[in-house]
Design a protein. Structure first.
Length: 740
């Protein structure tokens, strides 16, 4: 016989009967299938969810900003930010940065987070309102996330020369909890020599333009290039509010002016031997950092034994600087001792000067890419079009030829322009260069009717990819990301064999994947697989303006949306698989080996889910979501998860479901005054033999009775039950009645 307990689960009524455990199991199963489909659904590649952000976040969530979310190369650490303070937070800016490491500790969620934002004074917020700067990590971290550059409004070291101005610091113990150890990058050697510290800004708005701005950090953090309008070295020109490029050597802690150039129109100079270098009146890293342009790889990785810094002397003609310009004379500073001009003409007949624009470089700095309307080689046609060049820095400065024309027109007589638009991306070694050029420049390919074309150059051979009408320059090219709220979408694998880019498709932009090995037309990885219209924009990089969060300053980190094998990770509100039923943004993976998309996030939550970053091999996909995908997730705030190949940790022990009398809880005895046991003891004293175990009392309605030689709790006879109930009713009515 079964009895209804009156207690209902979220799905079924629980009954107490012989089959109650079966009913309970069915209820749990239905809950997992209906209420938590993200947990029950199988993920691609044997992935499993892991909660990366802390379980307890003081009522706040993780900010969905891919530019400020960085994954370690091995996938065992992730940096993210929140607008709230939790864990061991000691300081905050507008947002607080955290690092979470995968510990795989038993009985935990498997990840442990700690804060990496140091204490900053309260004056930060007053200055932020007028200057637009906040304390944060503006650039890339080292591959293991142990090292990064922090921009601080208040000092983090005891250096007296720069205590009154904002500074850049390197922290190399980001994986260790605690206050951290910081090295001052924007040191002021001239202040030490003259014993005159830098003066504090007279008004908050006067700080605008004067703080040092990070340009680039070498992968191991040993060298940093930055810009500043402050005069930090003795050889810096005494000019007001002129930006200069400086280089910091982490090994010695020395700061040097990188903006040193040859005299007049020379192409080479040396600080020791003639011709000597002189300080430039103006210099900017790449296309500039202070002007929010942010070009990549302006400092090399040092893998070939040399450190190279690429900078621009902005000018339209001659040597008269034009502050704020992104083009001009291009230079390469080598090992902090010599400078080479990159756009020096190698043509037999010199073409009139035209400003050159730095675009990108190989990681070791041996191959440098830039464009200019000046014809610098004999095989470059004159006429004013922009030409794309590669400078080979592996050759000695005295070599006669360093330049290679990239966008050479194979059919110059077809009446189309070969004007270069910019570089989309390069391989790490510079052997692959993806670029956009007006018109058709490859022999035998169809004319484009004035529409720009996307091309790939591979060690001297150019291949046409596709027309790119209506492209968005800031999303496509290697420049234009900066502090703007529109992060760049294009990615190239380190070996250059895969290209990912976003282009308009109908009313919205979609993501396309190109394989240089196959050479076939690019595939739209985010379009509806059924061929239906795609109405939602797809993105592989997200900032707070597109998702949730507040007005935090975006860094220029570019996530690993494209893995080494060509897999793509992105976000879209378009339902690309049947399991995506919420009509909100969700995270997907496209696998080129099978030509299919797979859902990574839950697909059923009422809120958006956003792709943040991935490990370079694609085995770890980090994304933000409000959906509770593991048992450790105890709130409805945004968390960051890892969809990890071969991952997953056991959920916390579930609270047992109580039934009947088990829901009443344990009895609590009345407190007693404790005294020495021997003082209050009375009885027979120590006895021989074993003590009989204390028997548990029978529950209400049952009495103890010996049955077949054993003492059992049996149901009290009905007449006793009725008598007991009569006495209880009488006592409640105030008519007396003894205790039963």
């Amino acid at each position: 016989m079964c009895r209804d307990t009156g207690k209902r689960s979220a799905v079924v009524r629980v009954v107490r009967c012989r089959g109650r455990m079966v009913w309970l199991a069915c209820g749990v199963l239905v809950f997992w299938l209906v209420m938590a489909p993200g947990r029950a659904r199988a993920l691609p590649d044997g992935r499993a969810y892991e909660l990366v952000s802390p379980v307890f976040k003081n009522g706040t969530g993780v900010v969905s900003d891919s530019q400020r979310t960085r994954a370690a190369a091995d996938g065992n650490a992730l940096q993210f930010l929140s607008l709230g303070a939790f864990a061991d937070a000691m300081g905050t800016g507008v947002a607080t940065d955290y690092v979470s490491e995968r510990t795989a500790a038993a009985g935990t969620q498997g990840w442990s987070a700690h804060a990496i934002t140091p204490y900053q004074s309260g004056a930060v917020y007053d200055e932020l309102a007028t200057s637009g700067f906040e304390p944060f990590y503006p650039g890339e971290f080292s591959a293991d996330l142990s090292t990064g550059v922090f921009f601080a409004e208040s000092p983090l070291t005891d250096d007296p020369s720069t205590a009154s101005v904002p500074n850049l610091y390197r922290r190399s113990d980001l994986l260790s909890p605690g206050p951290g150890a910081y090295d001052l990058i924007s040191h002021c050697p001239v202040c030490d020599a003259t014993r005159t510290p830098l003066p504090a800004p007279t008004t908050p708005d006067s700080a605008f333009g004067t703080p040092p701005v990070l340009a680039w950090m070498s992968p191991d953090g040993s060298h940093v290039a930055f810009e500043s309008t402050l005069r930090l070295t003795a050889d810096t020109p005494v000019l007001s509010r002129r930006v200069e490029v400086y280089e910091w050597d982490g090994g010695t802690g020395a700061v040097a002016l990188a903006g040193r150039v040859p005299r007049s129109s020379g192409a080479f100079c040396d600080d020791v031997h003639r011709p000597v270098c002189v300080a430039s009146q103006y210099s900017s890293a790449g296309q500039g950092a202070s002007n929010q342009t942010r070009t990549p790889d302006v400092i090399s990785d040092g893998s070939d034994g040399h450190t190279r810094v690429f900078f621009t002397f902005p000018t339209a003609s001659g040597l008269t600087p034009i502050p704020g310009s992104q083009a001009g004379q291009l230079y390469m500073r080598v090992d902090g001792s010599s400078t080479v001009k990159l756009n020096a003409s190698e043509a037999s007949t010199a073409d009139p000067f035209a400003p050159a624009t730095f675009l990108d470089a190989s990681k070791n700095g041996e191959r440098v890419f830039f464009m200019t309307a000046q014809a610098l080689t004999d095989d470059t046609p004159a006429g004013g079009d922009e030409h794309l060049y590669m400078y080979d820095a592996s050759l000695a400065p005295s070599a006669p030829h360093h330049l290679t024309l990239i966008n050479s027109d194979e059919e110059p007589g077809d009446g189309t322009s070969a004007n270069a638009r910019g570089v989309v991306g390069t391989s790490n070694d510079g052997s692959y260069v993806y670029f956009v050029s007006d018109g058709q420049i490859v022999r035998g390919q169809p004319l484009l009717g004035g529409i720009p074309g996307l091309y790939v150059w591979h060690d001297g051979t150019v291949r046409y990819i596709k027309a790119v009408a209506g492209f968005l320059g800031g999303e496509l090219f290697t420049t234009g990301a900066g502090f703007v709220g529109n992060p760049r979408q294009s990615r190239v694998t380190p070996d250059g064999r895969w290209l990912l880019y976003r282009m308009p498709t109908g009313p919205v932009e979609q993501l396309y994947l190109y394989s240089a090995d196959s050479g076939t037309p690019p595939v739209c990885v985010s379009c509806d697989p059924s061929g239906g219209p795609t109405a939602a924009i797809a993105t592989d990089a997200t900032n707070v303006n597109q998702a949730n969060g507040g007005a935090t300053s975006p860094s220029w980190h570019e996530n690993h949306a494209l893995s080494a094998d060509g897999s793509v990770f992105f976000s879209t509100a378009q339902a690309l698989v049947p399991g995506d039923v919420n009509g909100r943004a969700d995270v997907y993976e496209y696998e080129p080996s099978v030509g299919r998309v797979f859902l990574i996030s839950g697909g059923t939550d009422a809120g958006d889910s956003w792709f943040m970053d991935a490990s370079p091999d694609g085995r770890n996909v980090f994304f933000t979501t409000r959906q509770q995908l593991v048992g450790w997730d105890a709130d409805q705030e945004y968390d960051v998860y890892d969809a990890r190949v071969g991952g997953g940790f056991p959920d916390p022990p579930s609270t047992p479901v109580c039934m009947g009398d088990g829901c009443q809880g344990a009895l609590v005895a009345s407190p007693v005054v404790q005294s020495a046991g021997s003082a209050v003891f009375s009885g027979a004293g120590n006895t021989s033999g074993k003590l009989k175990p204390r028997m548990r009392p029978c529950r209400r309605g049952f009495v103890r009775k010996r049955v077949r030689g054993r003492v059992r709790c049996v149901r009290r006879p009905k007449r006793h039950v009725k008598a007991s109930r009569s006495r209880v009713r009488a006592r409640r009515a105030g008519h007396g009645g003894g205790a039963s």
